[in-house]
Design a binder for this molecule. Structure first.
Ligand SMILES: [Zn+2]
Length: 535
């Protein structure tokens, strides 16, 4: 469904809801439903005013909406509650974390019923051992998962697989190979392509190389999600590159986690939005997402310049160990500390070695005092000891800009987070709280408390809008015959509770979550049902 048909169908659904409730879906009050969610304020997910109605669920789908009586196996009184389509997180890194927590703890407890993975250029396929998207999806299907999921193909992963880890120009033959692989992945259920141009090896691709790949995505009416080549000093040029790629290839474009990073660039936010609006007026099908926090999260390795980040992990470590090269890397890293407002704005969030666990949750100034090393020598040592694999958070964005992006009509919230759990292996790092709190925070803080928009519009941004970007079939709205992905929440109390110092905390106010008609969260408690699907 393209955007226009989608909007048309939502308008029609709204009209249907407005007139003659009982006729919707041709049911009478005598129908027996598996579940009735009664007396709630129903938000269709199209941005229009809510209606007081009951929702009848049968066989995984919304069977009827209207005044439905009480003939059912399970009756839920949702008086004073908002009834919304399940939230759709268009930008996550959930991916293989399902293997450790199939239910999807940090996702489903915040009302998310669909996660979109494979972002920022990295997908779990294709792999060096020959495993492809079909293997990945079938493994998740076999495992059974608690929420719905679909993945992009990672352009960085694809390039690493075909061209290798180095900064070289792809040959025509290699480009053809990447296109053929992408074509096969699109046919096997990939959403489209994602780029993470600040990461290696995806960043080594030229604009024209990516345009070639995006033509494949455009052919299948997929989506191209791009983490821009730069998000601070050169963010305008980076945004322009993404727009050029979309214009030339005809691909539909999603700018990932839009930002103007570092204080020197905060003033650029309105200009970025103007550029996006201009592209839209010139015919580019464009939108963007943004997490509702001022801190970003990434790998500590991003303090290594791109040209020193190529090759294998051993090659990178060799450069870090070499005093001459490390000096150059250090100069770059230190200039980045300054731009970020100082090393106190950078917090270490994961490390695996016993003696480095003490640094988790500490900022680089604190780490410096603890280790007796200055910030750069500390970062250098940590990267070497942890084989480059360390996560970090940095506080580098402006609250006003977060509000500006989230309230723009083309903007939608997305976590850029992943799947975590307060128990088990996924509890051992200190993730950005966005993985637990994005949607309740967006609705509780930005919509209710700060009144950036009304609840209908906020819910549209969490449901109908991402569903239309993703072309999800029969999801994202509360309409008869749509899948019963539903969240029932208390609009007075909904809020995130996860913080940077204590991230593993579920939000409050999420009462019920239904995934494909199954009652997965009941009165805020998990039923442990694995009702999710690969979409
Ligand atoms: Zn990213």
């Amino acid at each position: 469904m393209d955007r226009r048909t989608f909007l048309k169908s939502s308008v029609m659904a709204g009209a249907a809801l407005g007139f003659g409730f009982n006729q919707v879906g041709r049911v009478s009050v005598k129908n027996r439903f598996e579940t009735i969610i009664a007396n709630g304020l129903v938000y269709v997910g199209d941005g229009k005013v809510p209606i007081k109605a009951d929702i009848g669920i049968s066989e995984g789908k919304i069977a009827a909406i209207g005044k439905l009586g009480d003939l059912c196996d399970k009756f839920i009184d949702a008086a004073n509650m908002a009834v919304s389509p399940g939230f759709i997180d268009i930008h996550t890194h959930t991916d293989t974390n399902f293997h450790s927590c199939p239910f999807g703890d940090s996702r489903i407890y915040q009302g998310i019923t669909t996660d979109i993975g494979g972002n920022c250029g990295g997908s779990p396929f294709p792999r060096a051992d020959g495993k492809d998207i079909e293997d990945f999806y079938s493994k998740l299907n076999k495992l059974k998962i608690g929420i719905n999921y679909k993945s992009y193909s990672g352009q960085g992963t694809l390039r690493g697989f075909v061209v290798g880890p180095n900064d070289v120009v792809a040959t025509p033959k290699q480009i053809a190979r990447m296109k053929a692989l992408l074509e096969a992945e699109m046919k096997a259920g990939s959403l489209g392509l994602s780029s993470g141009f600040e990461y290696v090896p995806g960043s080594y691709a030229s604009k024209s190389e990516v345009i070639e790949l995006c033509k494949v995505v455009a052919k299948h009416n997929g989506l191209y999600a791009v983490h821009l080549r730069n998000e601070d000093d050169n963010v305008e040029e980076a945004l322009q590159e993404a727009i050029d790629i979309a214009k030339t290839s005809g691909v539909r474009l999603q700018i990932s986690h839009l930002k103007a990073q570092n204080a020197d660039n905060w003033h650029k936010a309105p200009d970025l939005l103007k550029r996006i609006e201009k592209a839209e007026s010139e015919g580019v099908d464009i939108a963007f997402d943004r997490y509702p926090y001022i801190a970003f999260s990434t790998g500590l390795s991003t303090f290594i310049p791109l040209n020193f980040r190529q090759g294998t992990v051993d090659e990178i470590i060799k450069r870090l160990k070499d005093n001459e090269t490390a000096k150059k890397i250090g100069e770059y890293a230190e200039s980045r500390f300054v731009k970020l407002g100082g090393p106190q704005n950078v917090v270490i969030t994961s490390s695996r070695k016993e003696n480095n666990v003490q640094y988790i949750g500490k900022n680089l100034l604190e780490c410096s005092e603890m280790s007796g090393l200055k910030p750069w020598p500390f970062v250098r040592q940590l990267l070497i000891e942890e084989r480059v694999n360390v996560s970090m958070i940095a506080f580098a964005m402006k609250e006003e800009n977060v509000k500006l992006f989230l309230s723009h009509r083309l903007g939608m919230p997305a976590s850029d987070g992943s799947l975590y759990s307060p128990v088990g292996p996924l509890s051992r790092s200190m993730p950005h709280p966005r993985s637990y709190g994005t949607f309740p925070r967006f609705i509780g803080k930005y919509c209710r408390d700060e009144k950036l928009m009304d609840l209908s519009e906020a819910i549209y941004k969490c449901t109908g809008l991402p569903a239309s970007r993703l072309n999800l079939k029969n999801r994202g709205l509360l309409i008869p015959n749509y899948y019963a992905d539903i969240v029932v929440f208390n609009p007075e109390t909904i809020i995130d509770t996860a913080t940077f110092s204590a991230p593993h905390q579920f939000p409050i106010g999420i009462e019920h979550v239904f995934v494909n008609g199954q009652h997965s969260i009941e009165s805020g408690k998990s039923k442990g049902i694995l009702a999710g699907r690969i979409l």
